[in-house]
Design a protein around this ligand. Structure first.
Ligand SMILES: Nc1ncnc2c1ncn2[C@@H]1O[C@H](COP(=O)(O)OP(=O)(O)OP(=O)(O)O)[C@@H](O)[C@H]1O
Ligand SMILES: [Mg+2]
Length: 281
């Protein structure tokens, strides 16, 4: 669905994105995970055809991104990182207007508003909306013409836990309906839960690209931590795959002296720091 080969782009005369390569397959959720300023939105904008001055190959649906025509915009839905609504219009008026720009069958506005919990605020002006309400409205605007490819730029940013859950469920529903989704985030939990594959991006470069599970397994080993009583509580740990070699642990188990034991896997955040040397914020 998306192919990027030897992509190079800069806003200035200093190199930013250099020689980047990745592809996105039909039906997958692909994530750009990286800290602020990494280039996540820039990459989305290149793919949307908004930054035509790139070098290398960048195609969506087989068409070079700088050559997208009207049919491309019918095929995609975009949830930008900032609100793209008319503030003086109500939510319903905004959705009616944007819906009228597309051809074909549209999704019912009432249903979409209800799905994101905005049914009682549908006739309120967008200028009176809170940040989270604008986020939810921006998201359903991207769905209105039922596009096959969704670009979601930080769709869960600024949402409370309930709305974060609702948004993630909706994104997973779109995937189930066969849509291809490209999303950016600096929330590693969302990336782990949603993405089939993620690209770690820092400073315009991809540092790693794989499924969250493979990234976690390739670098980190799960750890076992245990405590026992020996003139007060003491603790020890070992790698989960080396439990049999830990003689102290074997002895504590045979003497039934363990107070607690638990295993923990590294998170995608741990792996991100290990691979890129950067935190996600
Ligand atoms: N129009 C522009 N002109 C010049 N520089 C820009 C422009 N837009 C973005 N940049 C720069 O490009 C770099 C990447 O920005 P980008 O918006 O792609 O980051 P991001 O990964 O989306 O960050 P965030 O998580 O904060 O949204 C930043 O250093 C930014 O200042
Ligand atoms: Mg951004």
């Amino acid at each position: 669905m998306i192919e990027v080969k030897n992509l190079t782009f800069s806003y200035t005369n200093k190199p930013f994105i250099t020689d980047m390569n990745f592809d996105v397959k039909k039906g997958e959720i692909f994530g750009f995970l990286g800290p602020s300023g990494a280039g996540k939105s820039t990459l989305q904008k290149i793919l949307l055809g908004m930054l035509p001055g790139y070098q290398g190959l960048a195609t969506v649906g087989g068409t070079e991104c700088r050559k997208h025509g009207d049919s491309f915009y019918q095929m995609i839905g975009v949830d930008f990182e900032y609100s793209t609504m008319y503030e003086k219009l109500t939510a319903r008026e905004n959705l009616e207007f944007f819906s009228s720009l597309y051809e074909g069958k549209k999704r019912p506005i009432n249903e979409l508003l209800e799905r994101v919990g905005l049914e009682n605020d549908a006739d309120k002006k967008v200028s009176d909306y809170s940040k989270g309400m604008k986020s939810r409205l921006n998201f359903v605007k991207a769905l209105i013409h039922d596009p096959e490819l969704l670009f979601l730029d930080e769709p869960t940013s600024g949402l409370d836990p309930t709305n974060n859950r609702m948004m993630k469920d909706m994104i997973l529903e779109e995937k189930k309906r066969g849509k291809t989704i490209l999303l950016t985030t600096h929330n590693m939990q969302d990336a782990t839960e949603l993405c089939d594959r993620v690209a770690f991006i820092v400073g315009g470069q991809i540092y790693a690209l794989d499924s969250p599970h493979n990234l976690i397994m390739s670098k980190g080993a799960a750890k076992l931590t245990y405590t026992w009583d020996e003139n007060g509580e003491r603790s020890g740990s070992c790698r989960l795959d080396c439990v049999a070699d830990d003689q102290r642990l074997s002895k504590l188990i045979s003497e039934n002296r363990l107070l607690s034991i638990h295993s923990s896997e590294p998170t995608l955040n741990d792996i991100f720091i290990e691979i890129t040397g950067r935190t996600l914020v």
